[in-house]
Ligand binder design. Structure first.
Ligand code: C2E
Ligand code: CA
Ligand code: CA
Length: 714
């Protein structure tokens, strides 16, 4: 069975893929380039040789004598032009038709001449037989002309049609080979012309092996049949020694040709199969390279590539174009609540919805719940509204909102990466702002953006050159109003940018994961100041230090604190660790361990900004804080909002009942201070008692009696 299968395959009865078929046909046409070129040169040489050897003839005599060469030459010329046009070596659309029309005219002239000479002398059938090669040439030139008009003009190809042209060429080759060889035989010469032409034809027509076998068989047999009478004659005068030898050789020659066709065919088929595999693999790679794994829509790599192309395209009016950055606000909570699987499904559905909402635009997923769109600036509101409806329309209790940032490209050289970064930044400005869901990058935003870039790029230099300074804000006992401590707050006094507010640089440094550099610098300054103060025998106040959640991820924050305490020999009670409430809501990671270590080391832990965000009382239950810092938002509009005093009262009582001390921030009025004292809040901090100030100013105020340091500090 396997043997049969093998035979079937070797003979070419197997199925080829479309690619293999095209490949085989196309390689035949490529081979035709070489073959026709050789024939062309050969015939040119023959034409010149004819003239050279027969000087002094008249033009009609030359014309008649050269007819066969001219036919063969023209055939080769047409095929050469066709094959180099087909393979794309020649791009010119005019050369081909001009040549084929010239050939048609020449052929017509030759036919006319033949008929003129032989009409009346030959029967109709004989006349037609006499111009059989003229007819083939005519058909060939005409077919090529049509091919130019039908396919090549439209940059299309038809490889089967090409095969037909090859066949016509081969017919003329073989006819020429057979006739010349028969003539040669009659002059006792070799059959070399037939040999050459059959090799030409076989190489140009590599088809399924069984077809090649039949085609070669028929041709060989036909030639043999014509040759046979001559062989018989030769045999008769040579004691029967010619026929047998020539027959065997001729038969072997046929087998060799068949084998050659087989082997070339199989080789090309394998090449095609390999090519096809490679092309498939490449296609997959190309697709994967531009596809987002999770959602299946395009990825940002594709986005950058395609938008760059559009920006550079002079046909695209970029004054109407805009980059959008889409972000689903609060998506993390959705993920936490429903798990990653549901989150992923949500994102996939959303991705396809965005693609549908922006059908003819470039859409990609950038990362997480962030999408990038390159679109026209009209109807943005309508389109984003479709997406927003979907975002808000989820049935869960999680409140999701679609935030959009936009950026208009300035010129054709705009880098899509930068454009999306700007749109993203504009989008970030709408964060946590209810009802503010769209922001376009403007000049104001631009200067803000540059400020941010400046911060990220200059934090190292600022730390090294001492532009980062510590300010201290007093904290007082609510009852005596005497100083019981202070909070260390960072200030950035930059020589080129001037004063930068922590409200700006802290979030930026956190976003770019550089905050630990600033905090390490502040902690060290605080410890150094404290050592100096202790050495000088001044009244020294405990200082609370602000720790960012990222400090614990980006450095060994607790280790640093331990080292500093050792290095400057600071009593541990003099340092408080402030951790903001919002740091504790998301998954805790290293933070939990760090907090345990802080407690074990003997530092007091303060819970900062309580009530600023989505407060969770679990934080109070789960972690062991010493002091609760009530956020200043409760005191905003304290006089007007009736609920504020009630809530403050409740929080203070709650803190007290679980053994925590309380401190309220942002105390600006005597009324608030008085209320808090009565409510039982232990410590107060706010502008009423002083803004954050340099160490020396604080020292001076203590010395001139403006501040009184309490005897009780902890
Ligand atoms: P925070 O820790 O809540 O610090 C209190 C902020 O409230 C300070 O702003 C302070 O100047 C301000 N403040 C104090 N009393 C009043 C008042 O009566 N009324 C008003 N309206 N504001 C008052 P600042 O210094 O601008 O710091 C802002 C935030 O930056 C801080 O909030 C803190 O989260 C962060 N931060 C400051 N310094 C550092 C630091 O060294 N490291 C880290 N990680 N964060 C810091
Ligand atoms: Ca703080
Ligand atoms: Ca605070």
């Amino acid at each position: 069975m396997r043997f049969l299968k093998w035979v079937k395959e070797e003979l070419g009865f197997n199925r080829n893929t479309r690619y293999q078929r095209t490949y085989l046909n196309e390689t035949n046409i490529k081979t035709a380039v070489y073959m026709s070129f050789i024939v062309l040169l050969l015939e040119l040489w023959m034409i010149f040789r004819y003239v050279y050897k027969r000087p002094g003839l008249t033009f009609p005599e030359y014309f008649d004598g050269e007819t066969n060469y001219l036919i063969f030459f023209s055939t080769a010329l047409v095929l050469l032009v066709f094959s180099i046009r087909y393979t794309g070596y020649l791009k010119n659309h005019v050369v081909g038709p001009v040549i084929s029309i010239a050939v048609l005219l020449l052929d017509t002239a030759m036919i006319a001449r033949y008929l003129y000479k032989n009409i009346g002398e030959q029967s109709g059938g004989a006349l037609i037989f006499g111009i059989k090669y003229h007819i083939v040439l005519f058909v060939l030139a005409l077919m090529y002309l049509l091919y130019e008009r039908i396919y090549l003009v439209k940059n299309r190809k038809n490889d089967l049609y090409g095969q037909l042209l090859n066949v016509l060429f081969a017919v003329i080759c073989l006819g020429f080979g057979i006739e010349t060889s028969l003539y040669d035989i009659s002059k006792a010469r070799q059959i070399l012309c037939f040999v050459t032409m059959i090799v030409f034809a076989a190489c140009m027509l590599i088809w399924r092996p069984y077809v090649s076998m039949i085609f070669l068989g028929v041709t060989f047999y036909y030639f043999y049949w014509l040759w046979y009478p001559t062989l018989l004659e030769l045999d008769a005068v040579n004691d029967g020694k010619v026929m047998e030898g020539d027959r065997i050789n001729f038969f072997i020659f046929w087998i060799v040709m068949v084998m050659l066709s087989f082997s070339i065919y199989q080789q090309r088929r394998h090449e095609a199969a390999k090519d096809e595999e490679l092309i498939e693999a490449n296609k997959t790679l190309e697709r994967v390279a531009v596809e987002d794994d999770l959602t299946g829509i395009h990825n940002i790599f594709y986005f950058n590539q395609e938008t760059e192309k559009q920006l550079k395209d002079p046909q695209v009016d970029i004054s109407k174009k805009i980059f959008l950055f889409l972000n689903v606000e609060n998506f993390k909570t959705y993920n936490d609540q429903f798990g990653y699987q549901a989150g992923n499904e949500y994102l996939t559905a959303l991705a396809h919805l965005i693609c549908d909402a922006f059908p003819n635009d470039i859409v990609a997923r950038q990362s997480d719940d962030h999408f990038a769109v390159f679109t026209d600036d009209d109807k943005i509101a309508e389109k984003t509204e479709i997406v927003r409806k979907h975002v808000k329309g989820n049935d869960s209790e999680v409140y999701l909102e679609l935030k959009v940032g936009a950026y208009r490209p300035k010129d054709r050289d705009t880098d899509p990466r930068v454009a999306i970064d700007c749109a993203r930044y504009a989008c970030s400005l709408t964060k946590n702002k209810f009802g503010n869901n769209y922001m376009e990058y403007s000049e104001d935003v631009d200067s803000e953006f540059h400020k941010r870039q400046y911060i990220v790029n200059h934090i190292d230099r600022a730390v090294q050159n001492g532009y980062i300074k510590v300010f201290y804000q007093p904290v007082v006992w609510a009852d005596t109003k005497e100083l019981c401590g202070c909070e260390a707050l960072a200030r950035w006094d930059d020589p080129t940018y001037g004063f930068l507010s922590p409200g700006i640089f802290i979030p930026v440094l956190e976003e770019y994961r550089q905050i630990h550099k600033l905090d390490a610098c502040i902690f060290e300054q605080v410890c150094r100041d404290m050592r100096e103060s202790l050495d000088k025998g001044h009244d020294t106040l405990p200082v609370s230090l602000n720790f960012s959640r990222l400090d614990f991820e980006l450095m060994d924050a607790v280790g640093l604190l331990e080292d500093l305490v050792r290095k400057y020999d600071i009593p541990k009670e003099y340092l408080h660790v402030e951790i903001t409430e919002s740091a504790l809501t998301e998954n805790m990671g290293v933070l939990e361990e760090a907090m345990k270590r802080i407690k074990a080391d003997g530092f007091a832990m303060w819970l900062d900004d309580f009530g600023a965000g989505y407060s969770s009382f679990n934080v109070l239950k789960d972690f062991d804080f010493d002091v609760l810092k009530i956020d200043m938002t409760f005191l905003k509009g304290f006089e007007k909002n009736e609920k504020s005093p009630i809530i403050l009262n409740a929080i203070i009582r709650l803190a007290d009942s679980i053994g925590m001390l309380s401190l309220t921030e942002g105390v600006e009025t005597e009324e608030a201070a008085e209320f808090l004292r009565k409510a039982g809040c232990g410590r107060l901090q706010g502008y009423l008692y002083g803004k954050p100030m340099p160490r020396d100013e604080m020292r001076a105020k203590i010395e001139d009696g403006s501040y009184k340091v309490s005897a009780k500090l902890i």
